[in-house]
Ligand binder design. Structure first.
Ligand code: MSP
Length: 507
């Protein structure tokens, strides 16, 4: 049977300019999507924009244009970011698209038909910034827990009977211990749900920018019900007999930031259960970045612009840093010093130098062709075995969304290769034992090939360049080429080597 993998990012609010938070969530998904493709999965990787709601309506009004014109214009910023970051998403969904409106209204009809939605009146606090409802007791110093201002809202509203889903949700979490990760977040969700759930207001009448509630022109759908549905829209819902739906739904992974976990791990599964639809297999909540120790905020003016990072440090170095520096799931701090340290130590020094030294030596002293190895000794076999078996450990870490572990394990092999160079001293074998020199260089090139193949998901461009320099054909760069199957052909001509990771020198 075909192996499939459906992975999603949150859909981003269009009123913001793309910042490191957006880039981070999608980057993690991109690395995983690329890994799964190389591992033979039919991957569907979805990202997109969340375009309805009061916040967007206000932003459009401030800009003096219609909400539709506003979203058409600013959603492009997120497509541009995807190109700039070299994201490999297969689809980009906008919640203003007809396919999504159809799907969201169908979910609504299902919830209504099964008796899980009823009409009443909402009176309570609402935060436009969070697009969330709060009770008096949830407010902190008169604000939402996130610090966002709240306003008093009193209006006719449809409600979803979330209170009835407490036990089914708890049972589901218990039966699926990997549904919410990391575990600390899972525990938080369980304790929140254990504390009891209130029915949820799922429609608004006081503004217009949203999806119409079917058969009630006064109401539009609550933006989170609309937004969460995007994941199943892109799987072909409501056409549930289609191949697309059958192969994609339920999603394998919803990647989200910790701030929006509750919507994904409580509301969304409850909506799906109530609509009698299968639940996604996992929701992973990652942490937040601070900037040089400070919380990132527009008002502090310390928002990290991904374009500036790419421009300053290079795209693949930025991708590497974001996934390597912080254990995925934890909060982390961005600092330019930490970035420079990673670039100069891990990339320029450890991997870049290794590749450069081997390739330029082969270029000069082996006729710019893959050397012909003699018999491999124990040290050669040991190093190659480490490089070849890396994939098994990486599969495990990718499946746990432990991107930092992926890179740590990979760099252990880089370290072993550097020690091997020191021990085998190929440069001094040139005069004394050219055959042994060829064997050592061949072994090193094979190790570089494996490192490049498995690191493509994180640094696609740099690793493509390294594979080009090793004369690995484009058709031999997947995980089926690991080991003997893709071994470098002795005698193959090599191009002129070029450095892949320059040292960062402050301007
Ligand atoms: N529109 C909703 C999601 C709907 S999904 C059905 C939304 N949009 S958002 O534009 O605010 O999303 C932002 C994403 O970026 C979230 O995953 C959030 O956690 C992430 N980040 C925002 N700031 C961040 C940091 N400082 N650090 C890391 N990620 C952060 O929420």
């Amino acid at each position: 049977m075909e192996k499939t993998f459906y992975i999603t990012t949150p859909i981003y609010y269009v009123n913001d300019v793309p910042h490191i938070g957006h880039a981070y969530t999608t980057l993690a998904c991109d690395a995983l999507a690329r890994f799964k493709r190389l591992d033979g999965f039919n991957v569907h990787f979805l990202t997109g924009t969340d375009e309805h709601g009061q916040k967007v309506e206000k932003a459009a009004a401030d800009a003096g244009i219609s909400a539709q014109d506003f979203t058409d214009k600013v959603s492009q910023n997120f497509r541009d970011l995807a190109v700039a970051m070299n994201f490999s998403n297969d689809d980009f969904i906008r919640t203003t698209e007809p396919r999504h409106i159809v799907a969201a209204q169908e979910i609504w009809r299902r919830l209504l038909a099964s008796g899980h939605i009823y009409l009443d009146k909402y009176a309570g606090w609402y935060s436009v910034r969070d697009e969330g409802f709060f009770t008096e007791s949830e407010l902190v110093d008169g604000k939402a827990p996130s610090g966002a201002p709240v306003e008093w809202v009193e209006e006719a509203s449809y409600f979803f009977d979330l209170s009835k889903w407490q036990q089914p949700l708890l049972d589901f979490y218990a039966a699926h211990p990997d549904f919410i990760l990391p575990e600390t977040r899972r525990n938080e969700v369980i304790s929140f749900v254990s504390g009891g759930l209130r029915d949820l207001s799922v429609s608004r009448t006081s503004f217009n920018w949203g999806i119409d509630v079917p058969d009630d022109a006064d109401h539009i759908m609550y933006v989170w019900l609309d937004a969460l549905t995007n994941y199943i829209t892109a799987a072909g819902f409501p056409d549930i007999t289609s191949d697309t739906y059958q192969t994609r739904w339920p999603a394998d992974l919803h990647m989200v930031g910790k701030d929006i976990l509750r919507f994904h791990a409580v509301y969304w599964p409850a909506f799906l259960m109530a609509a009698d639809l299968p639940l996604p297999k996992r929701v992973f909540a990652h942490g937040w970045w601070t900037n040089e120790g400070e919380k990132i905020s527009k008002s502090l003016g310390n928002v990290i612009d991904p374009y500036v990072l790419i421009e300053t440090y290079g795209l693949d170095a930025t991708r590497y840093f974001l996934l390597r520096e912080v254990p995925f799931g934890n909060d982390g701090d961005f600092s330019s010093q930490a970035m420079i340290n990673r670039i100069n130590a891990d990339l320029a020094n450890d991997l870049g130098n290794l590749a450069q030294r081997v390739l330029s030596f082969v270029g000069k002293h082996c006729g710019a062709a893959v050397p012909t190895p003699g018999t491999l000794n124990a040290a050669d076999h040991a190093l190659l075995a480490r490089a070849e078996s890396l994939i098994t450990r990486l599969r495990y870490h990718y499946d746990a969304q432990a991107f930092h572990r992926v890179l740590e394990e990979t760099w252990e092999v880089v370290g072993a290769a550097n020690r091997y160079v020191d021990e085998q001293a190929p440069w001094s074998l040139r005069k004394t034992d050219p055959e042994r020199m060829a064997t050592v260089l061949y072994t090193l090139m094979e190790v570089l090939r494996h490192l490049a193949v498995v690191t493509q998901p994180v640094m696609p461009q740099a690793m493509a360049s390294l594979l080009d320099q090793l004369a690995v054909p484009a058709s031999a760069r997947t995980f089926t080429d690991i080991g003997a199957a893709g071994a470098l052909a002795a005698g193959a001509a090599l191009p002129q080597p070029v450095g892949i990771f320059p040292r960062y020198v402050a301007a």
